[in-house]
Design a protein around this ligand. Structure first.
Ligand SMILES: Nc1ncnc2c1ncn2[C@@H]1O[C@H](COP(=O)(O)OP(=O)(O)OP(=O)(O)O)[C@@H](O)[C@H]1O
Ligand SMILES: [Mg+2]
Length: 1030
């Protein structure tokens, strides 16, 4: 905390308790002066803040300073009004106790400024969320409004509060401002109609005249110059150098809007102010003892501004109606009475306007919800004052200050000392002046000044201020604090007139002029005036002068009694809260900076009782608390007291344990009968710091447990829901399973029934089963199908009875399909082979023996041996054969001569155009027969290789039919038929003898036999060719 300020603060001592000599007032004032000269206006006496008015702007209220004082223990930072504010706020939050800050001091000592600084601090440390932001703005803005209407320039203070103010700021449980409430006390209404020389009326009159724009002024029928109005000119000081009324008017206007005052209401307020100004200018003439209006202009304007009839106001200003037990008598007023009535009306209107305004501010400050709140109250009440001429108002103000001093004494000096005695703490009593005697002088029932005044006001018969004074003289002659002309000795009489009395206040002697006391105390307003106002349509007039007031028979309390009662209530309010004190001191009477008048200060130090305060403080203990409370707050700091004290132990013993554990020094504390007393704030603050640290740890623990609980609760909730859902899902699934089972049972039953009736004609009973059987059969079959044509016999044998038709149809279809596949996959050569085989079947099946043995043997296109083939290729294929002919088939044959049947080896070659018979040795052509030249090819039915080729007769060169024997007769002939495309060419003869033609028309005979030993072809003995077949 070593800041510049802290550095500078080494000047003097920050807490007067630390002064060497606490009995010397001069040393005490020296310290204040030393600090004051360095602009250090704040000094402590223990927790009480002394503030010396600097009469100049200091830089110690900026945002940085706010931060510096925020949440910092009081003793760690230099004395400041922010430290007091922060301590109060923290005590409120930490101890859950309402707080109040009592600001006292004489007029001009800086009370109102201090209260504003406290609000500034509260506003600065609170957040800016919507509600809090608007509340803090309102708390701040309520001040300019109240000051405009309730403050005035006096000879002691340019901005003197002419009313008392107690303002509660309400805080939410988390310490944010959420609302506020203002109590106002006795406004000095007489100022509206009279100002002493050098003084002014309430600021608002001058602000309106200086700040209103021309249109508004014209509307209110006002002119700018305050000296044009009786109520603003009497003090002859309407212009104050330090005050900018026009600028203030703007601020007040804006502030009224922030405080939720509507345009219409603001307009009504200005009309009321203007009405009062016009009312002050109403003058009366005298007509045979009856008052008359000098001019009707003002009343006319008033009627317009108040929105009522001219007559009603005129009538009320000139007459008085008295209702004496039903007898209503109206009598005219004298000029003096009319002037009195005029001023009474002005005071009444203004007084009620002020109350109305406070009500409006309170409505605007009312917190939104009905939440429980803690409050910090600030009391800023008019300070003790002595004027040249002191009247009823000064009497009330000074009485109020007596009352507050009494409260201060009670709460600090008296109660503190009494407490030490009560608690059995060793104590040397300190003498101080107890002003109770003065308070009693003023307020004591039946005996006090107020009681006497009330009695004079209320009693029947002629009473006047003089009779009041006489009665006081009679009753209070022996009171040490009451002095009057009568009571004085000769010397004294020179200082006090016959119509004066003097009270020796705690703060000094004040001489009051008794004139006007009873009137002001009565605070009466003629009924006619009330009635006229209640008939006005101006919203404020209407609201503040109610009809019910006219009919009420009850006499209102006198002003002094009302004030006394409200001060009584204020004492109750303040006593119910934890107090903090700010004692303001005024350094000079000239309202100038840097001037420290020791006499003036000394006077205040005396009457404020600061020296006594200092001595009590020094000798005493800074802090005390009942054992239970102390233990409850700090028990967490000691294992022996946390979480509970050992059974049977008293709280006092617990606190002792705690003090031992916290290592309090022997002199640091005392154990009283019911309380612990701690001497230095430091000890307490250290304990508090330790507690805050511990609280955080505990909080973290509690938070963890709470979070755990919350999570578990959440978990259990989720679990219960899951179980619910699970049950539903299970139910659903079980239902579905049961349904499925039912369905399955039905299916199985149907299946069994179907099985039983499987061989019957299809009906409902077996339809499904058969379908199933068919399906299964097809499924099975699909897995057992033969894979190729060659496996066609592997077709499954068995099939259900109901599928037999399908089985055979499918078999056929499948076979065809296999064949089709087979064919689709065949090469052209293979295909040709098949065609040839089919052709062979057609030609030979059942027509020639031995055919069936050849079926399985594939045809070949070349049957030559390798040697034959070589020759054949060389000579025939690449020589003899014309290039345009394609060789198709070749095989070895034996040719039998037509004469003598000598066998000769030959090669049979078939091209696409002709049949060649070649020499087997050299493959030279022996015969070439164009297919067209072929007449017929004859074979036997028997199993032999004989082939007889008929050659047309004209082919002489061929020397007749060719007799051939071929091992591949089926193959060769099939090729021949295929190439020639002439099936007619072949003749299969079922005969045992075949004739063949030879050249020159001769014929030979070929005999075909089966019963002759070995097979073969040879020349028989009969000259025939013998073919022996099987
Ligand atoms: N802390 C301060 N810093 C600067 N100027 C201050 C301070 N306190 C007071 N003043 C000056 O002193 C003047 C009078 O102060 P203030 O109005 O607070 O007195 P008061 O005690 O409320 O008097 P009254 O009892 O007449 O209302 C202020 O207008 C301001 O000029
Ligand atoms: Mg003030």
């Amino acid at each position: 905390m070593e800041s510049d300020l802290a550095q500078r603060d080494v000047i003097g001592v920050q807490d007067a308790v630390l002064l060497e000599d606490i009995h010397s007032e001069s040393i005490f004032i020296d310290n204040l002066e030393k600090r004051f000269k360095e602009n250090l206006i704040y000094t402590y006496i223990g927790p009480v803040l002394i503030s010396v008015n600097p009469y100049k702007e200091l830089s110690t209220y900026d945002a940085g300073t706010v931060e510096k004082y925020r949440n910092v223990n009081f003793y760690e930072v230099p004395p400041h009004v922010f430290a007091v504010s922060d301590t109060a706020l923290r005590a409120m939050r930490g101890e859950h106790a309402d707080q109040c800050i009592l600001i006292s001091g004489e007029s001009g000592s800086g009370k109102t400024e201090a209260s504003k600084k406290i609000l500034q601090f509260i506003a600065a440390i609170s957040h800016n969320q919507k509600i809090v932001g608007s509340v803090k703005e309102k708390l701040l803005q309520s001040n300019p409004v109240l000051e405009a209407f309730g403050n005035a320039k006096t000879n002691r203070n340019n901005n003197s509060s002419r009313f008392g103010k107690y303002m509660d700021t309400e805080f939410s449980s988390i310490g944010e401002p959420v609302g506020g409430h203002i109590l106002n006390y006795l406004l000095e209404k007489s100022r509206v109609v009279y100002q002493a020389k050098g003084e002014r009326n309430f600021h608002i009159f001058y602000q309106l005249l200086a700040g209103a724009d021309d249109a508004l002024l014209a509307n209110l029928q006002l002119t700018r110059d305050p000296s044009n109005y009786f109520y603003t000119k009497q003090g002859e000081s309407s212009k104050v150098r330090q005050i900018d009324d026009a600028a203030d008017f703007k601020l007040v206007n804006a502030a009224m809007k922030v405080m939720d005052l509507e345009e219409a209401e603001i307009g009504a307020i200005f009309r009321i102010i203007a009405t009062i100004l016009h009312l002050g200018n109403v003058n009366f003439g005298d007509n045979n003892g009856r008052a008359t209006l000098d001019s009707k202009n003002e009343v006319n304007t008033m009627a317009k501004l108040l929105d009522c009839s001219f007559d009603s106001i005129e009538n009320a200003l000139l007459n008085k109606t008295i209702d004496a037990r039903g007898d209503v008598v109206t009598s005219p007023l004298t000029r003096d009475e009319a002037l009195y009535a005029r001023d009474a009306l002005a005071k009444a209107i203004y007084g009620r306007l002020f109350d109305w305004l406070v009500r409006k501010l309170n409505e605007s400050l009312t917190k939104a919800e009905n939440q429980k709140t803690l409050v910090v109250g600030i009391l800023d009440i008019y300070g003790f004052e002595i004027f040249e001429k002191n009247s009823f108002e000064q009497f009330c103000i000074n009485y109020c200050n007596e009352k507050l001093q009494q409260l201060f004494i009670e709460l600090t000096l008296k109660s503190e000392q009494e407490e030490y005695l009560r608690e059995g703490i060793q104590w040397e009593p300190i003498k101080y002046f107890d002003n109770k005697i003065i308070v009693d002088l003023v307020e004591e029932k039946h005996k006090g000044i107020i009681a006497i005044m009330d009695e004079e006001c209320l009693r029947p018969g002629e009473s006047s201020d003089r009779t009041f004074l006489a009665k006081m003289n009679k009753n209070l002659t022996f009171h040490p604090h009451f002095i009057s002309h009568e009571k004085c000795d000769n010397k004294g009489r020179k200082t006090i007139d016959r119509d004066e009395f003097r009270v020796l206040h705690y703060a000094g002697e004040v001489t009051y002029n008794v004139n006007g006391f009873l009137d002001k105390n009565n605070d009466l307003l003629f009924r006619d005036l009330k009635e006229a106002m209640s008939n006005a349509k101006n919203i404020i007039a209407k609201e503040t002068f109610t009809k019910s007031e006219l009919t009420s028979k009850k006499r209102p309390d006198t002003a002094a009694s009302q004030f006394k009662n409200s001060l009584g209530q204020l004492s109750v309010i303040l006593k119910s809260k934890e107090p903090s004190y700010i004692r303001c001191i005024k350094p000079n009477d000239d309202q100038v900076p840097n001037k420290f008048n020791r006499d003036i200060v000394s006077h205040q130090v005396k009457y404020l009782g600061l020296m006594e305060n200092l001595r009590v403080r020094r000798a005493g203990f800074a802090y005390r608390r009942p054992y239970e409370g102390f233990l409850n707050r700090y028990k967490a700091l000691c294992p022996a007291t946390w979480p509970h004290l050992k059974q049977g132990m008293t709280p006092k013993e617990g606190v002792q344990l705690l003090a031992n554990h916290l290592k309090y020094g022997k002199d640091d504390y005392r154990m009283g009968k019911t309380k612990i007393f701690i001497r230095l704030p430091r000890t307490l603050f250290e304990t508090e710091d330790a507690f805050q640290k511990r609280k955080n740890e505990l909080l973290a623990k509690i938070q963890a447990i709470w979070k755990g609980r919350a999570q578990r609760k959440k978990y259990l909730k989720i679990r219960a829901r899951i179980i619910q859902v699970q049950a539903k899902v299970r139910k659903f699934l079980a239902k579905r399973r049961a349904q499925k089972r039912r369905w399955a049972v039905a299916v199985i039953r149907g299946f069994i029934q179907g099985f039983i009736a499987r061989n019957e004609t299809p009906s409902d009973a077996n339809k499904r089963f058969l379908q199933f059987v068919r399906f299964q059969y097809l499924l099975r079959l699909s897995k057992q199908l033969p894979k190729s044509v060659l496996e066609k016999d592997k077709w499954p044998e068995r099939c259900p009875k109901s599928c037999e038709d399908a089985h055979s149809t499918l078999r056929l279809l499948h076979l065809r399909w296999l064949v089709r596949c087979y064919f689709k996959n065949l090469s052209p050569e293979r295909k040709k082979m098949f065609e040839l085989k089919v052709l062979a079947e057609k030609i030979f099946d059942g027509k020639k023996n031995g055919y069936t043995q050849t079926i399985t043997v594939w045809f070949k296109t070349n049957r030559l041996s390798n040697e034959q083939n070589t020759v054949f290729k060389a000579n025939f294929e690449n020589g003899i054969k014309p290039p345009n002919e394609n060789l198709i088939y070749v095989c070895p044959v034996v040719k039998y001569d037509r004469h003598g049947y000598k066998p000769r080896e030959r090669i049979l070659a078939l091209t696409d155009s002709a049949l060649y018979l070649l020499d087997a040795k050299d493959a030279k052509t022996k015969h070439r027969l164009n297919f067209k030249q072929l007449v017929r090819v004859r074979i036997t039915k028997m199993k032999d290789g004989l082939v007889l080729v008929n050659i047309p007769e004209e082919l002489k060169k061929d020397k007749g039919d060719l007799i051939l024997s071929c091992d591949f007769v089926f193959e060769a002939l099939t090729y021949l038929i295929d190439i020639s495309k002439n099936p007619e060419l072949l003749a299969i003869e079922d005969t045992s003898s075949i004739t063949h033609r030879m050249i020159d028309g001769k014929e030979g005979i070929i005999e075909v036999t089966t019963n002759g030993g070995a097979t073969g072809i040879m020349k028989g003995k009969n000259g025939h060719l013998i073919v022996v077949s099987q």
